[in-house]
Design a protein. Structure first.
Ligand code: SF4
Length: 341
């Protein structure tokens, strides 16, 4: 992209105008709206579900083992790379042992009451919540192992991990607010960038996922993160590299103004749906069934979702979805039963 700063400026102007217009239509003040990839995907793919999510789904989702996995994995890898415990910096041959790197970070850095995900993990330790701690460490280990597998070791020249809050408070996650005091926070979920963020552009955002997805989701993810990253860093990236730990795939999506505009529209759509939620929650008219229905809290009373689950959603990978079955004697005992939905 020739004019990376100008492209980001144009995106900022367009998204700010879109958000202002959406908020101006609100019949009452809108509280915190956290616009990350999950919110953007839900608002685009099933607006009825996003609107029904309530405060728990509209604001920052908070930490849990699944939501903290990437943040812990990044922080642990950053700690390993920069030898934050005062030890020698790792050599090129010092390929990180993922579980030991995560354990070392938890022991050395996670402090109860501290900033970011380190404070949350520190609280788990202080509370003796071994189950959540073990689940978090396991998922973070998987994230870190996949990241190093796909990106290689030593990490590529010029790679900087993003969303890492260190003791000195530096290097927080890329965020953007349309105005001071705005209820809207746009969060870029890129895990790293390759190359300096300079006026001449050229840096690449890296989005790593432990498991692969279909091409459509990869492109939508790249679209959102390109726009969110351009807003937060005020320079458009040249590309978004979407990687998957289980398959080792690397999908490089080149960023242009059309992609940025599409990502900006995803962001504004979240605000439109949040405003609509003030007067209209779940509405079957714009419920759009998909695999999301399997984990949707609305599934019990959403007719389109229930119909999908009883039809195409009954099949996954060519096989019917299985549910736990009876254990004991008799035909089929000990075997999973077919989900009757
Ligand atoms: S059950 Fe499916 S279609 Fe219905 S709201 Fe949930 S995700 Fe949307």
């Amino acid at each position: 992209m020739n004019d990376a700063v100008g492209a980001a400026d144009r995106l900022i102007a367009a998204v700010t105008a879109g958000i202002d217009a959406a908020l101006a239509d609100a019949p009452a003040p809108v509280a915190d709206v956290y616009v990350g990839w999950v919110a953007a995907a839900e608002a685009a793919e099933c607006p009825a579900r996003y609107r029904a999510a309530g405060e728990g789904g509209w604001g920052f989702p908070g930490w849990s083992a699944p939501t903290a996995a990437a943040a812990v994995g990044r922080a642990a890898l950053d700690h390993h790379v920069h030898a934050r415990d005062g030890g020698p910096a790792p050599s090129p041959d010092d390929v990180p042992a993922p579980l030991e790197v995560v354990r070392g970070w938890i022991r050395a850095v996670a402090v109860a009451g501290g900033p970011g995900v380190g404070g949350w993990v520190g609280d788990l330790r202080a509370d003796g919540d071994a189950a959540t701690l073990a689940a978090t460490a396991g998922l973070a280990t998987r994230w870190l192992a996949g990241f190093v597998r796909v990106l290689g070791w030593p990490l590529p020249e010029g790679l900087a991990l993003l969303g890492v809050t260190r003791d000195d408070g530096a290097s927080g996650a890329p965020r953007w607010w349309p105005a001071k005091g705005s209820p809207v926070t746009v969060a870029c979920g890129a895990d790293a960038r390759i190359g300096r963020v300079a006026g001449s552009g050229g840096h690449v955002l890296v989005v790593h996922r432990p498991s692969s997805a279909d091409d459509g989701e990869i492109h939508r993810r790249a679209t959102f993160e390109a726009a969110a990253g351009a807003l937060a860093l005020r320079v458009a990236p040249a590309a978004v590299l979407v990687t998957a730990g289980d398959t080792g795939e690397r999908a490089r999506v080149v960023v242009d103004e059309d992609l940025l505009a599409a990502g900006g529209e995803m962001i504004v759509e979240v605000i439109r749906q949040r405003v609509a939620a003030l007067t209209r929650g779940h509405d079957p008219a714009d419920a759009r069934p998909s695999a999301r229905c399997r984990w949707c809290d609305e599934a019990d009373h959403c007719e389109p979702g229930a119909a999908w689950l009883a039809g195409p959603g009954r099949w996954r990978g060519g096989l019917p979805v299985l549910a736990p079955g009876p254990v004991g004697a008799g035909p089929g005992a000990g075997l999973p039963a077919v989900d009757p939905r």
